[in-house]
Design a protein around this ligand. Structure first.
Ligand code: CTP
Length: 415
């Protein structure tokens, strides 16, 4: 996380706190913002004041907290605050406030301010897991995103209810990194054309059964979003996932390893960098049945399988001067297996993930990896949210030794 003390010097942040059990976490966020030099004005909904007193925020921010639209002293404050703000951060944001923001309701200070906002809006939802996954809440989040708001997704973990699910407020580090990115977006990948593969592949056995794996696609989608935010043109070739295509990214959907190979080959010439996060299936059924196989027709004989194409190897043969980066999924001897793949697949970089067990890279929102490059020693990267990790990995790719930024002739990607 950007840690320099003056990094937010001169920045005016409106921190809006809503009535979630996570309201107390806004205190930590406020402290980090002020430590980094930001001038923070806190706004609270009435229900937020039932969890934490405005006095706490007033002492820590050094300014009066705005709670009430109608109290005389706040006289049109909602307008002056938003006119001057560099960013408005809603943390935590309840399902109720998310709905109000999406619908443009202005029955409290926060909603009124949001309608007069002239700066970026960062929303950090926190709620019960079932509420977060409810289609109405998801639709509101998407509406706000489509209007340019940044949604910092809640994390998986234990919730206030004692249940486990996705609903916990993102960590302070993730929220602060997002604020930094929104205020000072780095454009160091401008001019790069990045081809990213993500998700699992699916190899059909018959119309209802298939071989696949547990990859969620989250790491690849995070890489695509990070590269696009940092200025790259990004084409994301994705196996079946439930993820939304990140803003500014062109997605090409595929199902099988063969389709993924075709989609990547067609665009490889265009790319300056290939990032293969996809968990490509290594085997497919020798024979895929066009009708559903009846279980009584199966006598217990082994299903005949054959290898799918190794996409990285196939593309290595077509390489002009693209940077090629692979992701390896390993259960053991991570570095040893990784080094072999780095060499065999002739990659500029291989990022090794641990799969299997509770901390498996598959499906998790966070990940820890080891970065392998041909001429340096393995570089472990500690566990962090995948979106944050994506930025760290892009930084590593910037530093690839002996890999000057290649510039193949520009052609348009086929989407
Ligand atoms: N990969 C690929 N084509 C395949 C299999 C994998 O291009 N048929 C790519 C992956 O996208 C990843 C890298 O190769 O970037 C390493 O994938 P991994 O599954 O870890 O290794 P495999 O080569 O499949 O070897 P193994 O399954 O034996 O570990």
């Amino acid at each position: 996380m950007p840690g320099a003390h003056s990094q937010l010097a001169g920045k005016r942040v409106v921190l809006a706190v809503t009535g979630s059990i996570a309201a107390y976490k806004a205190i930590g966020i406020l402290r980090l913002l002020t430590q980094q030099g930001a001038c923070v004005q806190v706004v609270m909904t009435n229900s937020a004041t039932r969890f934490v007193t405005p006095l706490t925020f007033e002492v820590l921010s050094g300014s009066l907290v705005t709670c009430d639209l109608f109290s005389g002293r706040q006289d049109m404050k909602h307008l002056s605050l938003t006119e001057q703000a560099d960013v408005m951060l809603v943390a935590p944001c309840t399902a109720n406030t998310l709905a109000k923001l999406a619908l443009g309701l202005a029955d409290n200070v926060l909603g009124t301010m949001a309608l007069t906002l002239q700066c970026p809006l960062v929303i950090c939802p926190a709620m019960d897991g079932e509420m977060w996954s409810h289609p109405t809440v998801q639709a509101h989040a998407k509406t706000l995103q489509s209007r340019g708001a940044t949604i910092v997704e809640p994390e998986n973990g234990e919730l206030a209810s004692g249940q486990w699910g996705q609903g916990r407020l993102a960590t302070e580090e993730t929220i602060l990194t997002t604020v930094h990115n929104v205020l000072q977006p780095r454009r160091d990948w401008l001019g790069e054309r990045v081809l990213i593969s993500a998700g699992p592949t699916r190899e059909p056995i018959d119309p209802v059964r298939f071989f696949s794996n547990g990859s969620s696609g989250k790491m690849g989608y995070a890489m695509a979003e990070a590269a696009a935010v940092r200025g790259a043109e990004v084409v994301l070739v994705s196996g079946p996932t439930h993820l939304e295509c990140p803003q500014g990214v062109t997605r090409v959907s595929v199902v099988t390893a063969h389709e993924m190979l075709q989609a990547l080959t067609a665009r490889f010439d265009w790319a300056t960098t290939l990032i293969m996060t996809a968990a490509v299936g290594d085997f497919r059924a020798k024979e895929s049945h066009s009708h559903k196989m009846k279980k009584d027709q199966w006598n217990g004989e082994a299903l005949a399988v054959e290898r799918t194409p190794d996409i990285l190897l196939a593309l290595s043969a077509l390489r002009t001067n693209q940077r090629m980066i692979g992701f390896a999924a390993e259960t053991d001897d991570l570095i040893e297996h990784g080094q072999t793949k780095l060499q065999n697949k002739q990659l500029n970089m291989l990022i090794v993930n641990q799969v299997g067990g509770e901390q498996s890279a598959f499906g998790n929102d966070s990940n820890e990896v080891i970065v392998l490059t041909p001429n340096s020693s393995p570089c472990p990267i500690q566990r962090m949210p995948k979106r944050e990790l994506a930025d760290v990995l892009l930084d590593h790719m910037n530093n690839l030794s002996g890999s000057p930024r290649p510039q193949p002739p520009v052609s348009h990607p086929i989407s």
